[in-house]
Design a binder for this molecule. Structure first.
Ligand SMILES: [Zn+2]
Length: 124
């Protein structure tokens, strides 16, 4: 069974990365979780949205969850971690309405470009 825990360390890193690449969301509504015990072989992280029907049903505004797979993510290099978090951030649309962007939008070229932006902004 997969175990989940809140990941304030990932939240801090997400905030830092988002700032570095100029992404502005309401990060109070981006929840970061770390899982352990996932059987997924190639997944490092995942992004979940809250569909509009659930927002309506629960009387809540849209929220997003970024989950990192602890066994994979925690052992990666800083560069890989940042790129993974950029990848997950790109899945969240600007509208922040409850949908997710697909891998036509979230691709290596976009991630590499934003990673360069991030590195430049970090040096400032
Ligand atoms: Zn993805």
């Amino acid at each position: 069974m997969i175990k989940y825990e809140h990941a304030p360390d990932i939240k801090q890193q997400i905030l830092h990365v988002a700032k570095g690449i100029g992404v502005n969301h309401n990060f109070d509504r981006v929840i970061c979780m770390r899982s352990r015990g996932s059987k997924a072989r190639y997944t490092i992280a995942r992004c979940y949205s809250m569909p509009r029907v659930m927002q309506k049903a629960f009387g809540m505004k849209a929220h997003y969850i970024i989950e990192v797979i602890g066994e994979k993510f925690d052992g990666m290099s800083e560069e890989e971690k940042v790129k993974t978090l950029i990848h997950e951030l790109l899945h969240i649309p600007k509208s922040f309405g409850g949908g997710l962007k697909g891998h036509g939008h979230v691709n290596k070229k976009a991630i590499d470009r934003l990673y360069r932006d991030y590195m430049e902004n970090c040096r400032k």
